[in-house]
Design a protein around this ligand. Structure first.
Ligand code: ADP
Ligand code: MG
Length: 227
């Protein structure tokens, strides 16, 4: 479970202050698919980064299973990032010259998973996203949809509790976007929390809860599915 208390982020250049996220309170249960919507500049990416242990808030707390992430040591925050969270971004950030397999392996190397254990987990993740047949292909030779599926494999290979996806379908055609949406839904069925930033109304309607941000605040929190 994620609990966010009075979460805020301020950037200051000396004379001006910008608050991309202002005093957000929120609770997200396990096994929930949440979408975050709102205009460009409303604070969506900033919120996601703070949830993922990538950006220290100016005030407030992020509690994951009752542990306050930013009260941890830097080393433990890094561990939180690599063990508990999987990231999927719009612009793939894959190593183009490496193979599909190697791109997924990097995550396990960072998490210090011993080499003898890696192959099985990597193959399982690639199988889950339907990319096992391309494991030895260099990423530069993949289509956009395939690259995004590799990103999902990379995000799930560590079996994280939380998957943060910032506009993962933004650059994809409809069909490939739908594949990504169903892969994310599968992760929710496996008990994970998936938080998806999207501009696409059809996609947000496929999630369980929709959070609308405006000027760094939550202006609407809808339950899409009654359980
Ligand atoms: P969104 O993802 O909803 O488009 P962001 O969270 O990226 O919005 O940004 C929200 C606001 O915060 C924007 O006005 C942006 O310019 C500002 N912002 C984001 N990052 C920084 C930063 N590192 N320094 C200063 N301002 C920033
Ligand atoms: Mg953004």
């Amino acid at each position: 479970m994620i609990t966010i208390e009075d979460l805020g982020k301020c950037y200051s250049d000396g004379s001006n202050e910008i608050w991309p996220v202002k005093k957000i309170n929120l609770c997200i249960n396990d096994r929930t698919f949440v979408s975050v919507v709102g205009r460009s500049g409303s604070g969506k990416s900033t919120l996601l980064k703070m949830l993922g242990g990538l950006l220290v808030p100016t005030h407030g707390r992020v509690l994951v299973d009752n542990i306050s992430v930013y009260a941890l040591s830097e080393k433990d925050i890094a561990r939180y990032r690599s063990e508990k969270v999987g990231f999927v971004f719009q612009d793939f950030v894959l190593e183009e010259m490496y193979t599909v397999y190697q791109n997924v392996e990097i995550v396990l190397m960072i998490a210090k998973v011993p080499e003898r254990l890696r192959e099985k987990i990597i193959k399982q993740a690639l199988d889950e996203v339907g990319m096992i047949h391309k494991k030895d292909v260099k990423v530069k030779n993949l289509s956009g949809g395939e690259k995004q599926r590799v990103c999902i494999a990379r995000a799930i290979v560590n079996n994280p509790d939380i998957i943060l996806a910032d506009e993962p379908c933004g650059n994809l055609d409809w069909e490939n976007g739908q594949k990504i949406m169903s892969l994310l839904r599968m992760q929710v069925e496996n008990g994970k929390i998936v938080i998806l930033v999207t501009h696409n109304k059809e996609d947000s309607q496929k999630t369980d809860e929709i959070i609308t941000l405006q000027d760094g605040k939550i202006i609407k929190h809808e339950n899409v599915r009654s359980i």
